[in-house]
Design a protein around this ligand. Structure first.
Ligand code: FAD
Length: 445
């Protein structure tokens, strides 16, 4: 059996590794157009802030170490240009040697990921306007910061990456302004929870311009100003566009592979596309919202790794399933953690779920033990059954474990009372006798 994988970051390498574990005999070849493989995209802001000092720390494997460990062939600088499903062939350009070639597969896994959106704003060609996606893109931003020339940065987009980068630039002594089209930061959070994050950012010296977008970038050769749609002129010697990403599906679509409304590749629970023997996984593919049962596209490394593993196992002859996601996400913004899982009240209502929400403010651990910090929790519960369907947590240390407890409760369709009844761990440095997650259930029950 010959298995081809296109893309070698989270989904592609997970797929190849699991395919090898499932099938010791198969020939497995991974095609990657870049040079770096299996890198931690999620670690890029910390590489720029210097928390992670060495580039190599971001790379789990080189092409050679990965190939050696898993007994697969890893062809970097190979860009796949065409898939011919009828002949079961892929055609590629070997970029380094300016050569073309083809490979015949029995099973194909598409793990082409996503790319940062860069609308054609006037002035985009000026120096020092960046997007952040790969280690290469992080190298460029880090080099600009290391030059010492960057005093003021403007970040366009207040999503997870934009805000992680606000912290990273601030850590490097750069004055930061964030411009966001929506009226709140972190648009996936409910407004009053996002407001807590906005207050924290401002307390840390980050300027926020909400409800406004970029009109153009101004400068001679170097960027000098970001000009917003409302006419604000923000002095900047670096701009970061973090306004979203789009699934990399052109190659798949040209081959007749179906794409959903989200713009990502449609897959079933086995990660099969509409074409026989072709799978898709990671940021290029949809998943299923476990609460609404509808296709959803929330491109995250956590999902990419799981989907890659499932696609790899199935391509190699196994029978694995990826059931779906709760859209669980988490981010660190200076001293705050902001995390979300499941549905907001608005999403629940839109899905026809009659729901109510409960908000509490607690402490992350016993108030008398040093380091106690506020933690805000919000839960969304179905009215009739009392089942929890969504949660948001914003606070200090310990916010991460609360969101994971709540995600587990949602996954298991637990009621508010069951959430209160769970026997959660307690000692003063970690929690309170009634853990905040349990209190949320207690108040909702
Ligand atoms: P990608 O990482 O996009 O990799 C796809 C690969 O396919 C690329 O290397 C590309 O070169 C290659 N490719 C594409 N087309 C071709 C072709 N035609 N031929 C050959 N090769 C091709 N996720 C989290 O869960 N938590 C986080 O905290 C988090 N933080 C993040 C922070 C940042 C700054 C960024 C950028 C991302 C973050 N993510 C996070 C998202 C996470 O990094 C991605 O979900 C993950 O990298 C997706 O992996 P993937 O393999 O599906 O796609």
């Amino acid at each position: 059996m010959k298995i081809a994988v296109i893309g070698a970051v989270a989904a592609g390498t997970s797929a190849a590794a699991k395919a090898r574990r499932t099938n010791k005999e198969a020939e497995i070849v991974v095609f990657e157009k870049g040079i770096d493989i299996s890198y931690a995209g999620c670690g890029l802001p910390y590489y720029i802030s210097d928390i992670i000092e060495e580039r190599d720390q971001l790379l789990a494997f080189t092409a050679q170490t990965f190939a050696d460990k898993y007994g697969v062939e890893l062809r970097t600088e190979h860009e796949v240009k065409e898939i011919d499903p009828a002949k079961k062939m892929i055609y590629y350009d070997h970029l380094a040697e300016s050569k073309k070639g083809g490979y015949e597969y029995d099973k194909l896994i598409i793990a082409t990921g996503a790319t940062a959106i860069e609308p054609p704003f006037p002035g985009l060609e000026l120096n020092n306007i960046f997007t952040l996606r790969s280690v290469n893109s992080a190298d460029k931003i880090k080099a600009a910061v290391n030059s010492g020339q960057v005093k003021k940065a403007t970040i366009i987009g207040a999503g997870l990456i934009g805000l992680e980068m606000a912290e990273a630039f601030s850590e490097r002594g750069i004055e930061v302004t964030v411009v966001e089209l929506q009226e709140q930061v972190l648009p996936q959070f409910s407004p009053e929870m996002a407001e807590l994050v906005a207050e924290h950012l401002e307390a840390k010296g980050v300027k926020l311009i909400l409800g406004d977008g970029v009109d153009h970038f101004a400068g001679e050769k170097e960027l000098a100003k970001v000009v917003t749609a409302s006419g604000k002129e923000i002095e900047a010697d670096l701009a970061l566009l973090s306004i979203g990403i789009k699934a990399e599906t052109e190659l798949a679509q040209k081959a007749g592979i179906e794409v959903g409304e989200s713009g990502a590749i449609k897959v079933n629970q086995k990660l099969e596309t509409n074409l026989k023997d072709i799978y898709a996984a990671g940021d290029c593919a949809e998943s299923t919202d476990l609460l609404t049962n509808k296709p959803v596209w929330i491109p995250l490394g956590s999902t990419a790794n799981k989907q890659g593993r499932t696609a790899g196992e199935n391509a190699a002859g196994g029978d694995a399933k990826h059931y779906g996601i709760l859209k669980t996400g988490i981010t660190k913004i200076f001293d705050l953690t902001a995390a979300t899982t499941g549905l907001t009240l608005e999403e629940a209502e839109a899905a026809g779920i009659d729901a109510f929400e409960v908000k509490i403010k607690a402490r992350n651990h016993a108030g008398y033990y040093p380091g106690a910090a506020p933690i805000h929790l919000k839960g969304v519960f179905e009215k009739e059954s009392g089942v929890i369907v969504g949660a948001e947590v914003i606070g200090g240390s310990g916010s991460d474990k609360r969101i994971d407890v709540l995600a587990t409760a949602i996954y298991n369709r637990m009621t508010a009372d069951e959430l209160f009844q769970v026997d959660l761990a307690y000692a003063p440095p970690y929690s309170s006798p009634k853990d905040p997650a349990a209190v949320l259930g207690m108040v909702a029950a």
